[in-house]
Design a protein around this ligand. Structure first.
Ligand code: GLY
Length: 329
């Protein structure tokens, strides 16, 4: 109980000092859409960020580590078969196979990642073990699966009847055209600043529906789908992974924050870069990308190319806040 009281006290103190922390002295800075800097704070992509944040928050108030909190948080959408863009029940590739990508990163720049992982419901937990128990950052495909099984993960069928039916219907036309803001969710990306202002991040997805077999998106790629620098801030992406990889999106958002950009200005700049690169290209008609970012003060933002991206916030005064991101076009 004492631990919990201290935790809440720190949150409130964080918000008292907030106004003086906003506005970096850089001409590129913009005021965030949040006007207080508070920590601990959790920010996650899309509607499914709300239950994910709630779970991560529960872990924080129990005194668990930031890394355990984000892992637990994103496991909620991973296990939910109604969410067709993450984990169990995710849309399969064009061969009818569900393949998952995930990564996780901590305050010491330790990171772990799995890509093209099949038959394991919680790729984020495998990514965490890659980080903690191997000399590597990334395991892929069969190697990632063998590693997971060696650590006691159960092999399961991840293709639900609903996703299988959709895949059978899709095959009638076989037209690969990613859907913008797929059912109001996509990758779950989560960023967390704890009560010591240490940063943690996670990102997990089943990737683009009907992708080519073997396709890997931005989500397991450190620097693209997720990046953090514990001195500066953290950023994560959602949307068309190829576009995010082309710009090293999340790493660039963090680098701009290092230069003094606010989270909002940094996300906006990278979305504009992506827009410029793709404007007259073949993916423009279905291109959506969005970023979330949080800086060392707990100031946050979300920004996307097109309307419809939202993100969830959880802190001591908001447990279920869902915000519409600003957007470019
Ligand atoms: N952002 C998820 C993907 O493109 O796979």
């Amino acid at each position: 109980m004492n631990k919990r009281r201290n935790f809440i006290k720190k949150s409130i103190l964080g918000s008292v000092g907030a106004t003086s922390l906003i506005n970096c002295n850089n001409s590129n800075s913009e005021i965030n859409n949040n006007d207080t800097a508070v920590y601990p704070r959790i920010i996650s992509t899309w509607n499914h960020g709300v239950p994910a944040n709630k779970e991560a928050w529960k872990y924080l108030i129990e005194g668990r580590t930031g890394i355990s909190a984000i892992e637990a948080g994103v496991k909620i959408p991973e296990a939910d078969p109604k969410i067709r863009s993450v984990g169990f029940g995710g849309y399969p590739d064009r061969e009818g196979i569900v393949t998952l990508d995930a990564c996780i990163m901590d305050k010491h720049n330790n990171c772990g990642s799995v890509s093209f992982l099949q038959n394991i419901k919680h790729p984020i937990s495998v990514a965490r073990l890659v980080m903690e128990e191997t000399p590597h950052v990334m395991l892929s495909g069969k190697g990632a699966l063998d590693f997971a099984v060696s650590k006691g993960f159960k092999k399961e069928n991840l293709l639900t009847e609903a996703s299988k039916l959709d895949w059978i219907n899709w095959k009638k036309q076989s037209n690969y055209q990613p859907v913008i803001n797929l059912e109001n969710h996509d990758t779950i990306s989560m960023l967390l600043i704890d009560d010591n202002t240490d940063l943690f991040g996670a990102c997990t997805t089943s990737g683009a529906a009907w992708k080519m077999h073997g396709r890997v998106g931005d989500s397991p790629i450190i620097g693209a789908g997720l990046f953090l620098d514990n001195d500066i801030g953290a950023a994560a992406a959602t949307g068309l992974g190829e576009a995010v990889i082309r710009t090293s999106g999340s790493a660039m958002v963090v680098e701009l924050m290092r230069q003094g950009y606010t989270p909002l200005a940094a996300c906006k700049e990278i979305v504009e870069r992506i827009s410029k690169i793709h404007k007259s290209g073949p993916v423009w008609d279905y291109l959506q990308v969005g970023f979330i970012a949080i800086n060392k003060k707990g100031e946050y933002a979300g920004y996307s190319l097109r309307k419809g991206f939202n993100y969830a916030i959880c802190d001591s005064s908001n447990q279920n806040l869902l915000l519409d991101a600003e957007y470019a076009i």
